[in-house]
Design a protein around this ligand. Structure first.
Ligand SMILES: Nc1ncnc2c1ncn2[C@@H]1O[C@H](COP(=O)(O)OP(=O)(O)OP(=O)(O)O)[C@@H](O)[C@H]1O
Length: 226
């Protein structure tokens, strides 16, 4: 079976800067992989690349069988990206946002309701406009959208940031459930204790290349990092 993520020498330019400078990464279906690295290492860029939101300047980049260099569009509806910025409409309520984005991904609107309940958004908050929510509550709405869309690949950028401890535990539970159901998860985190427990495999990115990867059977030489 083809890997969910297959990158070979993938290069991404932000302006003229190579934020990814030749990334090799293979992730199989059902894996939970933690991506770690210092600020500016390229974690967000790698997640955005896999979401079909970043142009591939050179190298091979296939996600869910889609050749991103040829046309990344088909992958976007099949992945869920939880990023720093949310895509939510401030003037719409929580319910309207979750239902809108769920429908946009051609998923079942019944799943939108169930995801809201799961994220603690089914009560008073359901009819509140997103503009009135706290940062953590917005994060929960973005997560509800992700859960309702049932993506094949979860791309989580600092998923624990801004959440209370119950919310952090909930994210971890959702990730494990998603992987058990066959989804693949790539998460970037500075919360190493929590992320290490959650993800059996740890990949380190430094200066836009993979510096370490503890995937069984794979050796990445530390001296390949710039
Ligand atoms: N718009 C841009 N133009 C040029 N360079 C950029 C731009 N955005 C980001 N970069 C650079 O690309 C590199 C990778 O950034 P990226 O956001 O992927 O890092 P990161 O590992 O997610 O960092 P952090 O841990 O701080 O979130 C950084 O060196 C950053 O300075």
């Amino acid at each position: 079976m083809e890997p969910v993520i297959h990158l070979r020498g993938a290069v991404c330019l932000l302006g003229r800067f190579p934020a990814l400078a030749g990334v090799d990464l293979t992730v199989e279906r059902g894996e939970i992989v933690m991506l770690q690295g210092p600020n500016g290492a390229g974690k967000t860029t790698l997640l955005r690349l896999c979401a079909g939101l970043q142009t591939v300047a050179s190298g091979e980049a296939r996600v869910l069988g889609v050749d991103l260099a040829a046309d990344p569009t088909p992958v976007r509806v099949r992945v869920g990206l939880l990023a720093h910025a949310t895509f939510l409409y401030d003037d719409l309520t929580v319910t309207d946002n979750v239902e809108f984005w769920t429908a946009a991904a051609r998923a079942d609107v019944g799943d939108a309701r169930r995801a809201m309940q799961r994220l603690g958004l089914g009560g008073r908050l359901a009819d509140v406009k997103v503009s009135r929510l706290s940062t953590g509550q917005r994060r929960r709405v973005a997560l509800a959208v992700l859960v309702a869309r049932r993506p094949e690949l979860w791309l989580l950028d600092e998923p624990h940031a801004g959440l209370d401890s119950e919310g952090r535990d909930l994210i971890d539970a959702l990730v494990v459930e998603a992987a058990d159901a066959g989804a693949t998860v790539l998460l970037a985190s500075h919360e190493l204790d929590r992320a290490v427990r959650l993800a059996p495999r740890h990949v380190t990115i430094t200066g836009g290349t993979i510096a370490a990867d503890d995937r069984p059977g794979l050796t990445v030489e530390a001296d390949r990092a710039p």
